[in-house]
Design a protein around this ligand. Structure first.
Ligand SMILES: [Zn+2]
Length: 291
């Protein structure tokens, strides 16, 4: 409200006023006592009648307390995401909350991160935070349970934003010659564009080689933008030593994470492939690893 330059001047005014043993504001007459000259007095008389200097002191006194209590607050953009993902439905009791919703920390001492956030109604928030471990009654919500229940609500509320997606690695479509390997991903319809993060893991026997050496397109770092109905063809190259041995075929596991228009990530089930050198192509196989 006041220009910054006036603060020291006002500090002086209050200090002098307190020396006189009074707590009231200075009167216009006192301001006009010649200390600041006529022009400044006119400006002072135009100021709103608020106890600005005392307010200033309070701010200094309480600022560290305010900062300390917010050290693991959620960033506004993250808070907005959680509310979009759950559509303001309580992630514990499923109630439509509207404005009566809060974003709770799953682990009260944990970070202000998306993974530690759960939107809940007022009643459920009190249930999460006030469980007495030393005097247990009932069964409290565990951290893993809270995260899974939250993700369940996020998934239910955003699943309509994820189109069917077809993806595969192949030597035929697009046509590539080994050690080049073709990859194709197809947005099969729906109203919404998405971004797909692709992770390919190459392995042979017990050796796990990891993603092919490309600039982020096949190790999950870059998102492939897919508009409705669009397909994209790409390719990657196998390293020279990545060759099948007798009894140890070369395998590729393809994992896709789809980010919807509100940036919620949906994991599709992984698809496994085995390289058939005779046919010079890949065929699908069940992924042995745990989902
Ligand atoms: Zn609730």
């Amino acid at each position: 409200m006041y220009p910054e330059a006036t603060v020291p001047e006002k500090y002086g005014l209050v200090k002098r006023n307190q020396q006189k043993g009074r707590t009231s504001r200075l009167t216009n007459r006192e301001r006009d006592d010649g200390q600041f000259g006529g022009e400044r007095s006119k400006v002072a008389a135009l100021r709103p009648k608020a106890a600005a200097p005392r307010y200033f002191f309070r701010m200094v006194e309480f600022a560290p307390t305010i900062m300390a209590s917010r050290k693991n607050d959620f960033r506004p953009q993250d808070a907005a995401k959680t509310l979009l993902w759950c559509r303001r439905i309580c992630c514990l009791c499923g109630k439509k909350c509207g404005a009566a919703i809060e974003i709770a920390h799953i682990d009260r001492n944990g970070p202000g991160a998306l993974d530690n956030a759960i939107p809940v109604c007022f009643e459920c928030h009190s249930v999460i935070g006030h469980y007495a471990d030393d005097h247990p009654r009932g069964k409290k919500f565990g951290i893993e349970e809270l995260k899974k229940r939250r993700n369940q609500v996020y998934d239910e509320q955003t699943s309509s934003l994820v189109p069917p997606i077809d993806y595969r690695i192949s030597q035929q479509n697009p046509a590539r010659t080994l050690p080049g390997v073709g990859f194709r991903i197809h947005h099969l319809g729906g109203a919404h564009p998405v971004r797909a993060f692709v992770r390919v893991t190459i392995s042979r026997g017990s050796k796990r080689y990891g993603p092919p050496p490309t600039a982020g397109h096949y190790d999950g770092r870059y998102g492939w933008n897919l508009n409705p109905g669009q397909h994209i063809s790409g390719w990657f190259k196998l390293r020279k030593r990545w060759k099948p041995l007798k009894g140890e075929p070369l395998r590729a596991k393809v994992e896709i994470t789809v980010a919807d228009i509100y940036d919620y990530r949906h994991d599709l089930l992984p698809v496994g492939y085995i390289l058939n050198l005779g046919a010079q192509d890949w065929y699908a196989e069940p992924c042995e690893e745990e989902m």
